[in-house]
Design a protein around this ligand. Sequence first.
Ligand code: NAD
Length: 260
Amino acid sequence: MSLKDKVAMVTGAASGIGRECALHMAKEGAAIVIADLNLDGANSVAREIEAMGGKAIGVSMDVTNEDQVNAGIEEAVAKLGSIDVLVSNAGIQIVHPIEEFPFADWKKMLSIHLDGAFLTTQAAIKHMYASGRGGSIIYMGSVHSHEASKLKSAYVTAKHGLLGLARVVAKEGAERNVRSYVVCPGFVKTPLVEKQIPEQAKSLGISEEEVVKNVMLGQTADGIFTTTDDVASVVTFLAGFPTAALTGQSFIVSHGWYMQ
Ligand code: NAD
């Protein structure tokens, strides 16, 4: 088990990609901290992991709130002993054409994706340095860390920003054995994407079937959605990767939608 004796925190793990990352890393032996706005959901994933024979706790956390982030990390370290892996995954989507994008929505998007990544990194990395064990910090980027789409100015800006943060963490963290990565999924059918299908159909004036076939999957090699399992497998591999050989890199998991 590649993550035996490690503690991994996943933000936004009550649902979707984060939940799958938590389950995969638990199978590899990590104790898991499920940090989410939705505490009931987080506790329910923790119970799933315990039912598989693993160890997990749910923690209530809004990743945009500095006090809640710091308290959540302290609670995790107090209960489980360390933080060795951080998966900064919590995220939302809001789509509008630029000329209609409400400034409040723009700020909300940047806050969840970028402030959340910064605050959780700052709180976790202090423990990774202090323990002398180092660790891995994995940001949930997107194909939109490398590519643009209409209506997604805030999301594309935020996801590109994570590449910069990860590269700085790679440089600052290397001396103390902290590695960083960005995992960049294509479209994965989670609640976040289900919500976008009717919204995009309306904004683009096309049917929901056309949104899926042409907008979401049109550029893939095989015409199928990326799965939570695809993404969690890559995250788990990176979480357990033992050296800094891959630090600072992004990994695109998109069924050939975007090839670097
Ligand atoms: P999801 O909606 O299934 O899950 C998101 C989780 O984040 C929820 O449990 C929600 O409660 C939590 N969350 C939202 N705001 C939060 C906050 N402020 N603090 C703490 N938790 C919060 O979404 P998902 O599709 O699993 O997306 C997870 C990540 O993957 C996001 O960063 C998203 O941008 C990224 N991503 C998703 C796709 C996709 O196609 N689904 C593709 C590329 C990247």
